[in-house]
Design a protein around this ligand. Sequence first.
Ligand SMILES: [Zn+2]
Length: 182
Amino acid sequence: MGKTIKTWILGVFSAVAATVISSLIISHLNNVDFAQGALIVFSGISSVFLYKIPIFIIIIAIVIFLVFRWLVKRFRHVIEQPAEPEWINYVLRRYKSWMFVWRYEKDYEGKYRVKQITPICECGCQLSHNIFYTQEKCPKCGTSYPQLTNEITDELQRVIEHDIRSGEYKPILEQYNLEECD
Ligand SMILES: [Zn+2]
């Protein structure tokens, strides 16, 4: 085979490939069905053979396709946000003498961390220390609770993490959800 023929075949082949790709992108973007897509591809190929489509349009189509592919790949994690884990509503439990609430915060790696462990009263109000820091007291209903230490909240953080890993949070979550419905 002569060099000219090889170059010609290669040229036609790349043009056809580019048209197929660009037609597929167009049909994908316009959300057309398979039959319509096939028709667009076919008319695209015949246009190349009839030299209706200038080569620079094909090159632009390839560039657009590559940029499109890169964008989808680059921002896939933004488009496909993973669903929140089942335990995300596990934010309330009794631990020793207190009831606690807390929340979760996602770190830069996307991992959840337990944050702001806060003691609350049975009535739902947040507790505050009494003046001598010897007791926790409810400012709303006046109920007193033993003094809370950082050690206790550190312990509770480990307990929460364990509950999530082991699935032990499920009955606790169910219990408080039922109480909320009552
Ligand atoms: Zn209270």
